[in-house]
Design a protein around this ligand. Structure first.
Ligand SMILES: NC(=O)c1ccc[n+]([C@@H]2O[C@H](COP(=O)([O-])OP(=O)(O)OC[C@H]3O[C@@H](n4cnc5c(N)ncnc54)[C@H](O)[C@@H]3O)[C@@H](O)[C@H]2O)c1
Length: 438
């Protein structure tokens, strides 16, 4: 089976499992039940999102009525681990640094870990957290290559067997407007989805040039959004959000992808700065995906789906073909901030032993984006089965280097800056300086 189909019944079930349905217990009762409960937390990756996720968790805890105790932090850089830790009363001895700091954090009695490093480390960190029996908030994307995705799926199964909660940072699934649209689509308000288009186009993202004397490992960690081996490229790192919505609303993953992209103005690293990909979801259903990070160009972040009876744009707007606005089912959530609501869902699941587990779902969305990237880098048609089933496919074990293990062993060699994949040359394995033909 190439396409991962989710039946209508399965869709409803998995939607509920991902917090789509309103909580069964009124919040006021939940708060009373949870008073005096304390959850011990560890944060791995103390940068912008890790710090933000911790704040979001604190806000969610107030809504749910539970106390959060930050027990430990881990970051490659000691000062970053200490900065967040000391703001929450964590002793310096529990602010771990280096590439193996997460292991020491997991030895402590933390119940919940927030994983928010650069994506390449996620499979290893998630595997270790699940093995140690911790509940997990796992930031997207969850891997940069097919083997990494498969590791996350396997670790998700370990978490499931242990009844652990795993909530991913694909936050649209925790926003009332998107949940309303998802339910309306599921109820047939716009008929069957027959096509669509998704976009994340914007200006250039930040980048950090190498500091004088800086070693390869620390340069890659600081400048991670410029290297495909660290981030997955921006189709994976950023555009995964739209591809996640596509998989969610269509109820299955794509069968294959063809696409192209290029590098026009990036200054460091080896990534493309634009992609255009046709995703074939089988049964004649295609989604066009485009993403770009180039200053001075059109910007737009949205998802549009065309049904047999109407269309949906983003997380609130559904219309008939003659422009009549369709009324959406009502869904009210404790927080209208989706990055807080995802932690409300996480805490409710953890406290009520619901075992909410979004590992496979976010892994599939990550793989959808990776499939588009491989299609664009190589110029070839890439099938889902090449990445998930056919071990003789050269894409099945395609691994971007350096791998997480290289960092822990101190064996990191950074890919050269400004050298990129060239489609049509040995499956994209040959790389060339900008502008040269192989
Ligand atoms: N859901 C969202 O809306 C959203 C928004 C922004 C970022 N993100 C995701 O969050 C993740 C982090 O992004 P960010 O913006 O915080 O980046 P960042 O560079 O600000 O922070 C990453 C931190 O992780 C640390 N780190 C890297 N590798 C590590 C390792 N092996 N062990 C310990 N610490 C390590 C870095 O030193 C840095 O402090 C990325 O996956 C990104 O895609 C999600």
């Amino acid at each position: 089976m190439e396409t991962k189909n989710v039946s209508r019944r399965g869709f409803i079930k998995s939607a509920a499992a991902l917090g789509v349905m309103a909580p069964a217990v009124p919040l006021i009762n939940v708060r009373a039940q949870n008073a005096a409960k304390k959850i011990k937390v560890g944060l791995v990756g103390c940068g912008g999102r890790g710090t933000g996720a911790l704040d979001n968790l604190m806000d969610a805890a107030k809504l749910v009525g539970v106390e959060i105790e930050l027990l430990a932090t881990a970051d490659v850089f000691k000062d970053k681990a200490i900065k967040v830790g000391s703001a929450h009363g964590v002793p310096e001895a529990h602010c771990f640094d280096g590439f193996s700091g997460y292991k020491k954090l997991l030895e402590l009695p933390v119940e919940l870990v927030l994983l928010a490093t650069a994506p390449t480390f996620r499979p290893v960190h998630f595997e270790a957290a699940a093995a140690a029996g911790k509940h997990v908030f796992i930031e997207k994307p969850v891997a940069v290559d097919p083997p990494g995705v498969r590791r996350v799926i396997a670790a998700g199964e370990v978490a499931k067997q242990k009844g652990l909660t795993v909530v991913a940072g694909t936050q649209r699934r925790h926003k009332a407007g998107y949940l309303q649209v998802a339910r309306a689509v599921q109820d047939g308000l716009i008929g069957n989805i027959v096509g669509g288009r998704v976009s994340w186009c914007m200006g250039a993202l930040w980048f950090k040039p190498r500091e004088p004397g800086e070693d390869d490992a620390h340069y890659l960690v600081r400048n991670w959004t410029s290297f495909a081996g660290m981030s997955g490229d921006h189709i994976v790192e950023q555009h995964v959000h739209q591809l996640d919505v596509a998989n969610w609303l269509i109820g299955r993953t794509p069968k294959q992808a063809v696409g192209f992209g290029g590098r026009a103005r990036r200054q460091t690293g080896d990534q493309f700065d634009f992609f255009s990909v046709d995703y074939d979801y089988d049964n004649e259903l295609h989604i066009h995906s485009m993403c770009r990070q180039i200053n001075g160009t059109y910007g737009g972040v949205w998802e549009q789906f065309i049904g047999t009876k109407g269309t949906t744009m983003g997380g609130s707007n559904m219309r008939t073909f003659d422009g009549k606005k369709l009324e959406l089912p009502e869904i009210k959530l404790p927080s209208d901030i989706e990055i807080v609501q995802e932690h409300v869902d996480l805490l409710n699941s953890l406290l009520q032993n619901q075992g909410l587990n979004g590992a496979q779902t976010v892994a599939y969305s990550t793989l959808t984006a990776i499939m588009g990237r491989i299609a664009a880098y190589t110029g070839e048609l890439v099938r889902w089965s090449d990445l998930m089933e056919h071990q003789d496919s050269r894409f099945y074990n395609l691994t971007l280097t350096p791998v997480a293990d290289d960092f822990e062993k101190g064996a990191v060699i950074a890919p050269p800056d400004d050298v990129m994949p060239v489609p049509g040359t040995d499956g994209g394995n040959k790389k060339n300086k900008k502008g040269k033909h192989a």
